[in-house]
Design a protein around this ligand. Structure first.
Ligand SMILES: [Zn+2]
Ligand SMILES: [Zn+2]
Length: 359
């Protein structure tokens, strides 16, 4: 099969690899569509958080790409949960299944992350991070991390089930019971926007969304944000407090990755409020800790889509409570992957979520 692999930092090229063979409780998936994630761009240019053989993933014949869906092409031994021809979305992290975090359902925090080769083989799997990903034609996957794609959903939109799973996991982690509670989301990238959509489906009210790109804020409005604020033009803190009885919000999900994001969040949640950090930020943040302690504020960091959040997100989509399609802006053929990556990285033509498809 044709496969894109990572060479030096920033360089992807095509090669051929053998079609993998499904083992016990695994299936072979013909990859139909893959959504490009900001973390793919991070991995391709800087390596982290991908780890192959315990090292950065450059020049290791490694295929990136992790938000994908496809059609089951072959069943491994003892698989009766799915049939050939079923369309499935694929959770990224399977974990190792043997450490305490995996046993708790926190497989995105697997203690054996990256230990999946040679003498260190603890069975860890995270597609496109520690094992081969989806910028290719076929992949094998354990059935425990597959989710059926609703019938009327296109392949392109079905890749967003996994993205919506991360938004669902953020909301699960801060409580889950957000109906009638106020929520602010800072940063209108794909995760921030789908946090708006999932929160709306679960009844949060009101929902505030801030960013500095108007076109993204408009998408946020169509997904259910009650208030959109361009932080370049309006003081977000003043606006939010004014609209929410000077009290601050019950929950805040920080999706911008800005170094100021955390301190701002602590000023915007009310006493006893909860903050979830959902964006990778590479710079240290300065934060007023006294404010967190004095006000009983809880902080959470989430990674990926643990505790079967993808399955719950797929259920909302199936029931038409959630439509992730407004964030899909561009589709390219898999053979044009470098162009698709460029669109995603440089946000060309208002790109939010860019998808590549196998023809
Ligand atoms: Zn991703
Ligand atoms: Zn584990």
């Amino acid at each position: 099969m044709n496969a894109w692999v990572l060479g030096n930092p920033g360089e992807v090229f095509t090669t051929t690899k053998p079609i993998p063979k499904p083992g016990n409780a695994e299936v072979l998936i013909k990859i139909n569509a893959v959504a490009i994630c900001a973390t793919d761009l991070e991995i391709i240019h800087h390596g982290f958080p991908a780890l192959i053989d315990g090292e950065l993933p450059f020049n290791k014949n490694f295929t990136p790409g992790h938000e994908f869906m496809g059609t089951i092409a072959e069943l491994g031994p003892n698989v009766d949960e799915y049939n050939i021809g079923d369309r499935v979305a694929v959770e990224i992290h399977a974990g190792c299944g043997r450490c305490s975090r995996c046993r708790e359902g926190m497989y995105t925090s697997c203690h054996n992350y990256g230990k999946n080769y040679g003498n260190m083989n603890k069975g860890h799997r995270a597609n496109g991070y520690t094992t081969d990903g989806a910028f290719t034609e076929y992949a094998v996957n354990h059935i425990n991390t597959l989710v059926a794609v609703p019938k009327d959903l296109s392949n392109e939109v079905a890749t967003l089930i996994v993205t919506a799973g991360t938004a669902m996991y953020a909301i699960d982690t801060i409580d889950g019971l957000i109906a009638g509670q106020s929520l602010a989301i800072t940063g209108a990238g794909p995760i921030g926007l789908l946090c708006v959509a999932v929160a709306k489906a679960l009844g949060a009210n009101p929902i505030f969304l801030s960013d500095i790109i108007d076109s993204r804020l408009e998408v946020g409005k169509s997904l259910g944000a009650d208030y959109i604020i361009n932080a370049n033009n309006t003081n977000f803190n003043n606006f939010l407090l004014e609209k929410n009885n000077n009290l601050g919000v019950d929950y805040l999900i920080e999706c911008s990755g800005s170094p100021q994001g955390l301190d701002q969040a602590t000023q915007l949640v009310n006493r006893g409020g909860k903050i979830c950090l959902a964006a990778f930020s590479n710079k240290p943040s300065s934060v007023n800790v006294g404010n967190i302690v004095a006000n009983n504020i809880s902080l959470y960091g989430i990674r990926g889509e643990g505790k079967s959040a993808v399955k719950r997100a797929a259920s909302l989509i199936k029931n038409k409570a959630l439509d992730p399609s407004p964030i899909l802006t561009h589709t390219f053929n898999m053979k044009d992957l470098p162009k698709a990556l460029k669109y995603a990285r440089e946000r060309i033509d208002g790109a939010i979520k860019v998808v590549v498809k196998n023809s």
